[in-house]
Write a protein that binds this ligand. Structure first.
Ligand code: ZN
Length: 349
């Protein structure tokens, strides 16, 4: 799953809303400044991939981290005095007394093309084969840690090894059913996507270049982290967080509840289903690119645990029985969606 956005960006977007063209951020403590720059460098290295080729100035955010000396040069005022003026009652207009300064800067963009693939497995339906149901999970993870000691490899067993093996097992079960003469009525696409951790890139690419018309795409069931427990469910009966099922289609939500009660009986935890939840999970995995296109989705998730995005997200810590039950829950839900008479429809067209 994609890491949530950094809080410090809030200040920048506030400045943008007020039509700031350039934002300068400074810190008068040289040590803190160094740390801040280090963090930003690491942060940027995670954010520099995009599906579209960057154009013109689009990659330059106009945000600069500057030292106290540079502050003094630009504003002709020491950074201490500038901070003092900024902290004064705005009615006194201390900031308005600053002399305007012109800042000219030049940037260049270095573009490298990185190739990666989504992996698509198609299973043709029978009498309703023109409609498609998609099951997704991302197969990328966050790579190696750049610094530190000991184990630096982020295996991503839960994030999202658990989802990719679920997709494969569900695909296998549907393929077997088809061999036995019980193939799905609607067509199915089992898709493991790339670049999720870099900004949902694989699913973004797919929804911009779909192999099947999006208006014939009925539902996306997205599985991202389903092999573990979070601290809130340490001793709980088998559970899963269900996110997004009721957002676009009441029918889908009812079907999802019914399939679980009938076949798997997991506790459905809807804590993260709230779009205003500070963790914003509804926007943080590949289903979002489908939801954006008004395609009903369900996102299955086990919660934020202590090994999230750490080298310690290891296969030994996966609870396989729990993983299997959650994968079965997705399977039965998919089974109902592909085989029912009426297509699941979004509430609003
Ligand atoms: Zn992740």
């Amino acid at each position: 799953m994609l890491k949530s956005e950094d809080d410090s960006r809030g200040v920048v977007s506030l400045a943008r809303d007020r039509k700031a063209k350039i934002v300068f951020i400074y810190n008068t403590d040289p040590k803190e400044f160094e740390e801040m720059v280090g963090q930003i460098k690491r942060y940027q290295s995670f954010r520099n991939l995009s599906v579209k080729k960057p154009e013109g100035n689009s990659q330059n955010s106009g945000v600069f981290f500057i030292t106290s000396e540079v502050v003094a040069k630009i504003f002709n005022l020491s950074s201490e005095k500038l901070s003092k003026a900024a902290n004064e009652d705005p009615k006194k207009g201390a900031l308005k007394k600053l002399k305007p300064a012109t800042v000219v800067y030049k940037t260049s963009i270095d573009i490298k093309v990185v190739k990666s693939d989504n992996v698509l497995g198609y299973l043709e339906g029978t009498d309703k084969k023109d409609e498609l149901v998609i099951v997704t999970a991302h197969y990328d993870h966050i790579g190696k840690l750049m610094e530190g000691q000991g184990d630096l490899i982020n295996n991503g067993a839960d994030d999202d090894g658990s989802g990719t093996v679920s997709v494969l097992q569900i695909a296998k079960a549907f393929a077997q059913a088809k061999k036995d003469g019980k193939g799905p009525r609607r067509s199915m696409l089992f898709m493991t996507v790339t670049g999720e951790e870099k900004g949902l890139l694989g699913s973004d690419y797919y929804t911009q270049h779909p192999v099947f018309p999006l208006d014939k795409t009925v539902v996306d069931l997205n599985i991202d982290m389903v092999g573990r427990r979070d601290p809130q469910h340490k001793d709980s009966a088998p559970y899963v967080y269900v996110i997004g099922s009721d957002k676009l289609s009441t029918e889908l939500h009812q079907l999802s509840e019914w399939a679980n009660k009938t076949y798997t009986n997991l506790i459905f935890d809807y804590t993260y289903n709230d779009q205003n939840h500070p963790d914003r999970l509804y926007y943080r995995s590949d289903h979002w690119n489908f939801a954006k296109n008004n395609i009903p989705i369900i996102f299955y998730f086990d919660g934020i645990h202590e090994d999230y995005h750490m080298p310690s997200d290891e296969v030994e810590k996966i609870e396989f029985d729990l993983l299997a039950t959650r994968a079965k829950c997705v399977f039965y839900t998919a089974w109902e969606i592909v085989n029912r008479e009426q297509r699941i429809m979004p509430d609003k067209k």
